[in-house]
Design a protein around this ligand. Sequence first.
Ligand code: NAG
Ligand code: NAG
Ligand code: NAG
Length: 324
Amino acid sequence: MQGLKFFNIKLVLITGFLVGFCSCLKIGETCSSSNNNCDAGLICGTCPANDNTRPRCTRIQPIIPTTKVKGLPFNKYSWLTTHNSFARTGSNSGTGSILLGQANQEDSVTDQLNNGVRGLMLDMYDFNNDIWLCHSFNGQCLNVTAFEPASNVLKEIQVFLEKNPSEIVTIFIEDYVTSPQGLSKVFNASGLNKYWFPVAEMPKAGEDWPTVDDMVQKNQRLVVFTSKSSKEASEGIAYEWKYVVESQYGNEGMIAGSCPNRAESSPMSTSSISLVLQNYFTTNPNVTQACVDNSAQLISMMKTCHEAAGKRWPNFIAVDFYRV
Ligand SMILES: *[C@@H]1O[C@H](CO)[C@@H](O)[C@H](O)[C@H]1NC(C)=O
Ligand SMILES: *[C@@H]1O[C@H](CO)[C@@H](O)[C@H](O)[C@H]1NC(C)=O
Ligand SMILES: *[C@@H]1O[C@H](CO)[C@@H](O)[C@H](O)[C@H]1NC(C)=O
């Protein structure tokens, strides 16, 4: 278990690690949902889908792995990742339209980052003469599925990186952008260029990544992957599946005991690819069910993926509703 540097939000593995200054309630203690009297990093929650109806203090912040073990290569850590990070419950479309798209998360990207999320999955489209975060409707972004311009969220990431000079953030772009240099323009305009981890320095044959210290020192603290292979040559944006093996998403990726790769990815066991991404969320996002999915069975799948990936722990663990 040496390699297990990630502790899930709901895991009651380490109690009282986030010792605050108040005499608030610790993880697992009965709390009052009307006034959140839990310690920092916890919320008062229930999980009726699991018959846990007693409100108890529940972890929403993972332990930032670099505070536990310093100086390892980037690929020796596990980072909490949000699936469709931008698709927040209760959002209205930036177009003014109502939104018909499904929500996958409950808070803003800024809150996610502050709570310890370090991987973001963002779906980007050409829309309204700009790049927008959107759900697909037959491969198209429509007013009713368009959340907001990507620049809004990229700016939130820029502010976080600026304020937190030793943190590293990874973005996975589900890339529908076809406008020439469309992504580069929006990243440049958001002031993220100076944090860019260069494709040329990404391991190509299964070597270790640079250490997190090295990445921090060089200020190469933004790792970006695109799902479009052509963007690597045209814009210097790494094609995800050259550098990452990724498990199946949706319900098919939640069958206990198997951790198959998604179609676009090489097999999980491919040792010439240094990073491992585990998806673990249902095909239709379900906030009621997520507190069950994000608990013991997620850990169990991590073990399955660890075996499937040649005894490598997933570096990115992507979930819906990470707070529950
Ligand atoms: C989409 O929203 C824009 C405003 O951003 C509006 O001008 C346009 O008419 C809307 N299109 C549709 C099809 O509703
Ligand atoms: C983005 O910024 C880089 C570095 O400043 C520059 O080389 C590149 O041409 C810019 N790309 C666009 C599309 O603005
Ligand atoms: C969401 O999950 C809950 C709890 O497991 C279940 O009862 C409900 O049917 C699910 N909803 C949908 C739309 O699948």
